[in-house]
Design a protein around this ligand. Sequence first.
Ligand SMILES: *Cc1c(COP(=O)(O)O)cnc(C)c1O
Length: 366
Amino acid sequence: MIPQTSPKAIINEERDALDQAIARVLESGSYILGPEVEGFERAFAAYIGIDAAVGVANGTDALEIALRAVGVGEGERVAVVSMTAVPTVTAIRRAGAIPVFIDIDPDTCLMDLEDLDRRTFDTPVAAVVAVHLYGSMVQIDRLALWCQSRGLALVEDCAQAHGARLSGRHAGTFGDAAAFSFYPTKNLGAIGDAGVVITNRSAVAERARRLRQYGWNDERVSETEGLNSRLDPMQAAILGVMLPRLDARNARRREIAARYDRAFRDLPFGLQYIASEVEPVYHQYVLRTPERDHLAGYLRENGVATAVHYRTPVHHHPIYAPFANAPLPGTDQTAAQVLSLPMFPGLSDEEVDHVASIVRSFYRKP
Ligand SMILES: *Cc1c(COP(=O)(O)O)cnc(C)c1O
């Protein structure tokens, strides 16, 4: 069986360096925050090209902390797509805010900025969360200007976009703050939960540092209601091993995507449209077809695992359904059609060609 994703392949490649990093943490005697966490925060900020990185326990917390750090408060409305991982909306709710669902453009699978403009005319929002889905990027330069002109906060959900760029500029540097997840299968993954908040605004970084640790100020006095959401030093040390290889692994993902693209040119299904100014990182390689479930079953019978991101858009999850007060036709149509093929840097050309040949045979093409 060819898996859809495989974090173990990367762990195996880096085994010696990881063992050394883990041993270093064990020997250090410092097991909460400390030099490993600070070292990774500096390295990640330098990689992205941003002033500050604040390591936290996971991507959901990163997003909650980012929202609260940029000033989104209790009862405020936040525009967001429903075509995302549930945690995007979990974080908005945990910040005490109310999601206002915006439809996607089915071609890009990303927030439709015209729909944002329309839906927020009657229902004003305090902030926008931009989700860079599947490793592509929202028209974030345009969206940042739109938010600026209205005095709205902009937070980027970069959980699927480590290293993606728009016109040469990294995902995560356009908003007031951005959140990353280092869940093991993400483009940059730990061997457990981990996340980070990044920002160019020193006051936002300061608030994020307080929020991640009981709301403490420098004197360990709690002035806000915080969380306990610190990046674990063991995960920081592991991420420090993985980070220098991120660009090479993203490049490999792009090679795999190009190989699929070539093999599928004459097939009757759509692919996620990626604008020319975006350098994507292919967290997922997604095709769309009304025959999605038949194709997935056929692939499985022929030894190829696939996944669906996401079969149930967030606004159809029972707990979030009350926030959906208007239909989201682009979202519903897309959720019924998307299929994620195997995509991870350890896939060989032969495996990619094998997957492609099975897809082609489903469409009766040699
Ligand atoms: C993975 C993911 C998250 C949540 O990250 P966790 O580390 O699992 O909390 C949030 N948003 C998106 C788009 C994701 O893919």
